[in-house]
Design a protein around this ligand. Sequence first.
Ligand SMILES: NC(=O)C1=CN([C@@H]2O[C@H](COP(=O)(O)OP(=O)(O)OC[C@H]3O[C@@H](n4cnc5c(N)ncnc54)[C@H](OP(=O)(O)O)[C@@H]3O)[C@@H](O)[C@H]2O)C=CC1
Ligand SMILES: O=C1OC[C@@H](O)[C@H](O)[C@H]1O
Length: 433
Amino acid sequence: MAMTVMDWLNLIGEWSEKLARRPNDVKKDGALRFGILGAAQIAPQALIIPARSHAEVIVAAVAARDKRRAHAFAKKYNIPIVHDTYDELINDPALDCIYVPLPVAMHYEWALKALQAGKHVLLEKPSVSNAEEARALFEHPVLQSPNAPVLLEARHYQFHPAWHTFLSLFDPADVEEANVRTAIAAGLFPADDIRFKYELGGGTLMDLGTYNLSALRGIFGAEPTSFVSASPQPSSNDERCDIAMEATYDFPNGGVGKLSCNLGARVKYEKGKGSWWAWLFQDWPDVVADMPPWLTVKLREMHGVEEDMAVTTQKTIVMNNFMGPHMWHRIDINTTTTYRSPNNTIIKTETSTESKKAYVWPGSQGGDTKGEDWWTTYRYMLEGFVDRVKGRKGSGAWVEGDDSIKQMAAIDETYRKAGMVVRPTNKVLSGAN
Ligand SMILES: NC(=O)C1=CN([C@@H]2O[C@H](COP(=O)(O)OP(=O)(O)OC[C@H]3O[C@@H](n4cnc5c(N)ncnc54)[C@H](OP(=O)(O)O)[C@@H]3O)[C@@H](O)[C@H]2O)C=CC1
Ligand SMILES: O=C1OC[C@@H](O)[C@H](O)[C@H]1O
């Protein structure tokens, strides 16, 4: 079978570990024992590899629909216990935490079952299929008791110091415009991937776009006041799933947020625009479009006076690779300062760029653990998850349940604006047969 993007990323993850000769951490007493629901492609990157360097995490069990697949996965990743069913795994008394990397449509049901079995849950993004499920899950009575288990939507990039360094560079009230762009070349995910199946909670806005939309909400520190436009490109596998989406939102401070997410990027050629050589390759999979994922934030102009001159300062901040900052990232702060005479003539214009990077928590940020410069977003997230379960303060980075609910409400509303149907509610909740 051909290697998928996720297989390649897992291979790169494994080889980086080998080449860096990173020893596995000796596990502490009281280490949390995790079980994985499904032999999922993302599991090595998101949990198995990060767990190796965490002294308080043991990946103890896996279950898959197909027993042979489960055993092969367990053997490959040194997982001691294989359960025959998902139910058996979540009810294993020897486990403390369940990682849920199932198709989105199964998140609500299995996260809730695991919580009801008394397990802490690390739940893949997007948390669930729609806002109805999100409210039912994150406001469920099982999470309200004093010793309630921990539930976290695994929006990993929000745990990396680079994201917090970026957010510290501006006041959300000053954002005039933000634009978040992500794309993956066409064909890297097959047409029948879970991402393009409506019944499984598919759609690019759900999958890649959840990063764009949460980033916009984080940049403005608020929810959209208006869903201005949303233009989907339907997937060939299922018209109810978008292979790409572009959307525009108004935010309470008067700023405008834009997103573009695409799981089927192809080279576009428009006469007179862009590179001439695009004509030769038009419609080929585009491996460089919006790669790495990036965003720009334009701040409102600031006005002042200096030695009788009117001074206007305008800043634009660009973050390259906000989704996978551990591989590489760069945050550029571009400043343009214009000096004008009292009669409004421009005297001079100065431009400057300052660049920042943060692979570990800088200064006073991050609490007791600074992190390591090789920690991935997933490793930082695992640190935060374990800290929360253990009742420690942690770095301060977290995705609150209320945030997950608002995120799904914004995704639903974007689909409605696009004239598309919201992803279906799990029958366990809807009561449908
Ligand atoms: N954080 C991140 O960077 C990423 C997160 N994700 C998220 O992780 C989740 C899984 O994604 P990914 O690992 O790429 O997915 P996979 O295609 O590997 O599917 C995950 C698992 O779903 C199980 N499954 C159960 N029912 C079905 C079904 N009807 N059809 C297909 N699979 C089924 C399979 O389990 P079994 O082994 O039991 O057959 C499979 O192992 C998604 O929620 C996705 O959004 C994905 C990629 C990156
Ligand atoms: O990190 C990611 O990149 C590729 C996506 O399809 C995936 O689901 C996402 O989480």
